[in-house]
Design a binder for this molecule. Structure first.
Ligand SMILES: Cc1cc2nc3c(=O)[nH]c(=O)nc-3n(C[C@H](O)[C@H](O)[C@H](O)COP(=O)(O)OP(=O)(O)OC[C@H]3O[C@@H](n4cnc5c(N)ncnc54)[C@H](O)[C@@H]3O)c2cc1C
Length: 483
């Protein structure tokens, strides 16, 4: 199918959706994005962007706290005396920033000629999307404001050659821990807080739990992190997770390992978290970070023949095809890898495949990701578990950053660089960076993995002296085979 004659309807305006709409319009298709909340999706409005903005604020405060250690004081005080987060202002800034980002995305879509409809979409049949609109306002930038009558709820029917479902996911909640939006909170509700919690109990030590526990600790709040597993970040590199857990504890966070939360209730101005072994943890607020569930129910997907997994995710192949011709899916509703970058890539791939453009199937081996704690943890490619289990024939080198001159100057005490190289060919297959701004440092390793560079090509490339990237090149040098 070529873009020129095609009608593309995208359901969901997050990264999986809007990043697909743009190339679809560029290829000449008539494109409509149906979004029920706001453009940018949960990524921009409640999840990725707000959490990173909150962490940026916490990191800012951390730098004040660290100042005393490198000999800097303020007005005769040492260190962080008097540094406080005014949470109402912090959250207000974050929400304005998210709204501005959402507005930018809308402008980009409208400028590309994409029609944006505010409403909830469902598949009536393959090739037909029904939209329940609260406001029948088609945002092409030309229409007059909708009349009162137009505002009344009604349904629009859109025909499509290609349907892309990119409806995302929402926080999982427990029957025994029902969020009230005041003291028992999901990660989407925390930006309504006007004051810093006295003691926050974060339930769940995956990426979201760890990042937000780090953020609130940095903002000056007492934090308890409840982890059901041996250590925090159970799905991540064990060496990296160990470093992070040590840092958390050394900064005063209480980390409860092997402690599964059974339920959370309010007790006046407190919350009580009951652990499955009967222990109770009390705090002023609880934050649930126990995973997400896909937004795929009541959307006509199964009726249209789209196969869902037991968890409710849409099953897709590496070019984002579902089980029904002409229906594609991208992002968190597919459960492939819950990252904004992956959602966007899946969406673009779907459009390229559907409209006959050049397409490279999704390759998860090249996805770099980052955990925005301090230090940050960035990874790409194969993991230590792949190597240890023998799934991948590779060797690794791990270099602590304590020997790096730039790290010493910056008072960086924790972190390392780890590289994996295939035995025989010496090709770089992956890496882990635990460091401040690891999210930036992972890029050369990602480039090496994507372009199959070997350790000698990598280590013979100049790095700046002194620099953190010097340690990455040094790790590659240590992987040089001598036979
Ligand atoms: C706290 C947190 C922090 C994160 N940080 C990062 C990060 O730093 N980097 C990163 O890469 N990823 C991050 N992620 C993951 C990232 O947010 C998701 O992977 C990303 O949002 C997925 O994009 P999406 O388009 O699939 O879904 P979403 O962003 O959820 O967008 C889906 C959209 O579909 C709309 N929708 C749903 N149903 C319908 C319907 N029937 N009709 C119309 N519209 C509908 C929703 O309103 C929503 O706007 C984070 C996640 C969380 C929870």
């Amino acid at each position: 199918m070529s873009g020129q004659q095609s009608a593309v309807v995208v359901i969901g305006g997050g990264p999986g959706g809007y990043e697909a709409a743009l190339p679809a319009a560029q290829l000449g298709a008539r494109v409509t994005v149906v979004e029920r909340e706001g453009l940018g999706g949960a990524a921009v409005l409640t999840d990725c962007v707000p959490s990173k903005a909150l962490i940026a604020t916490a990191d800012f405060m951390d730098r004040f706290s660290a100042a005393a250690r490198i000999g800097v004081g303020f007005d005769g005080h040492d260190g962080d005396q008097g540094v406080q987060a005014h949470l109402a202002q912090v959250n207000d800034r974050i929400m304005r920033l998210a709204q501005a980002q959402s507005a930018d995305i809308r402008d980009r879509l409208l400028a590309a000629g994409v029609e944006v409809i505010k409403g909830a979409g469902r598949i009536a049949s393959p090739g037909v999307v029904e939209v329940a609109t609260d406001i029948t306002h088609v945002e092409s930038g030309k229409e007059p404001a909708p009349s009162d009558e137009e505002r009344s709820r009604h349904t629009r029917s859109l025909t499509a050659d290609v349907i892309l479902v990119a409806t995302g996911a929402r926080p999982r909640v427990l029957d025994s821990a029902v969020p009230d939006g005041e003291r028992i909170l999901t990660w989407q509700q925390i930006y309504d807080l006007k004051e810093l919690p006295e003691k926050l109990i974060v339930i769940g030590s995956g990426v979201t739990g760890a990042e937000l526990a780090h953020a609130y600790l940095g903002l000056g709040c007492a934090v308890t992190l409840v982890s059901s597993r041996e250590r925090v970040l159970p799905g991540e590199d064990a060496d990296a997770a160990t470093v992070l857990e040590e840092v958390f504890r050394s900064r005063g966070m209480e980390v409860l390992n092997r402690s599964r939360a059974g339920g959370v209730v309010r007790d006046g101005d407190e919350v009580v978290v009951t652990l499955e072994d009967g222990r109770e943890v009390r705090g002023s607020h609880a934050l649930l970070a126990v995973g997400s569930i896909p937004n795929t129910a009541d959307m006509g997907l199964e009726e249209a023949g789209v196969t869902l997994s037991d968890s409710g995710h849409i099953e897709v192949d590496r070019v984002s095809r579902t089980s029904v011709q002409g229906i594609y899916a991208a992002g968190d509703c597919t459960g492939v890898l819950p990252l904004a970058s992956v959602a966007a890539m899946q969406g673009r791939i779907a459009i390229a495949h559907a409209l006959g453009d050049a397409v490279a199937p999704l390759n998860l081996g090249r996805v770099s990701s980052n955990i925005f704690t301090d230090p940050e943890i960035a990874t790409v490619g194969v993991s230590q578990a792949d190597v240890d289990s023998g799934r991948v024939d590779a060797r690794s080198v791990m270099l602590p950053l304590t020997g790096n001159p730039r790290a010493k100057m910056q008072n960086t005490k924790h972190g390392f660089v780890k590289l994996f190289a295939r035995n025989g060919s010496d090709t770089i297959l992956g890496g882990v960076v635990v460091a401040p701004r690891a999210s930036e440092l992972i890029f050369p390793i990602t480039l090496a993995v994507a372009n199959r560079l070997n350790v000698d090509q990598f280590s013979s490339t100049f790095t700046v002296y002194p620099s953190m990237s010097g340690s990455i090149a040094e790790a590659a040098r240590q992987l040089h085979s001598v036979d």
